[in-house]
Design a protein around this ligand. Sequence first.
Ligand code: UD1
Length: 391
Amino acid sequence: MLKIINIVGARPNFMKIAPIIEAIGKYNNEAASKRHIKSLLVHTGQHYDEKMSKLFFDDLEIPKPDIDLGIGSGTHAEQTAEIMRRFEPVLLKERPDYILVVGDVNSTIACALTASKLGVKIIHVEAGLRSFDRSMPEEINRVLTDAISDILFTTEKGAEDNLLREGISKEKIFFVGNVMIDTLLKQKKKAQGSDVLSRLGLTGSKTEARRPKPLPYAVLTLHRPSNVDKKENLSGIMEAVSVISEKTPVIFPIHPRTRKKIDEFRLQHFFNASAGKPAKKAGIYLTEPLGYLDFLNLMSNTRLILTDSGGLQEEATVLGVPCITLRENTERPVTVTEGTNKVVGTNKLKIIEEGLNALRDGARKRRIPELWDGKAAERIVEIILRNHNPK
Ligand code: UD1
């Protein structure tokens, strides 16, 4: 038997772990006579709101975590330390062969570090991405997690060069594709059944056609500390988005951190007073954070995504939707070289210019990056098995 503890903590982890758990289940079903993989799911509780966590378990049919560390919010040090303190006894009791961490959130590094000190092997899914911006907490998490991982799975070719440059040996690195895209491809059809567009007033009138075309709109997401924690940065971005929203309504599912900052800085005037009502008019419309299927539907039908998220750049690329990244850099360069992404920074005039250009020009030509084919998780399970028992 091979025993793995899979770790999740924050929202972007859930769609990455779902296909891995599914691929392990599939292997166990098909391989009754072969070696069984026992897997446990640990949720650190870094994200705990119903809308930041439970909705995703429901939408993606992720089994209930076997262990919930329930750590909640805190400073980076508090969060990281508390996860380590609570995860250590789990490792001592369960003694897995591997822990598997995904992405770059505080839960990723905290669990990896705990495992490394106990001599438990670490698998990192989405290794080798680099923004080369050490002021981003995620960049520190990525570099450190990769440095102590035993098996590193990458999503794009360039990630391997980054890892080799940091002295990680080639035998540990495997280019397998993108588990987040496994989930997107699997859920795309189901997401069409979401009623999010009608809830937001974005469907055309029912009398016009049997399946009315969605009204034009753009989508905004914003949560990076560098964009939302300082009043002048957040209000500059909101001013730019306001100008874009005069051309097409902007739907803004708001992260809890950003909502707190909007209230603290008294920036509510940027939002359409009729929030919650049909978004037929110009303006920025706030909504609660959306579940996976609702958000995938919203992304699939939008004319433009404005975001500071990492994952959305990849999802927009696969959906063929123009994406404007409100950051100075990206750790996912393939979304720019092959996909629909443009990194425009946070200068107000630049955001307006690029936003209006994208609305005018529509979908960009793009290629789907190599191995983003819905089978990354299956490759991961195969490679873990092969590595655990080398011939
Ligand atoms: C974290 C990740 C980031 C990821 C993002 C996705 C790190 C360093 N950052 O950032 O990479 O892109 O998740 O959402 O791990 N809060 C709630 N309810 C929740 C969760 C958070 O109200 O369920 C609020 C709390 O005030 C908390 C703040 O949001 O202090 C920030 O949460 P935190 O987990 O520290 O970081 P995120 O900004 O969500």
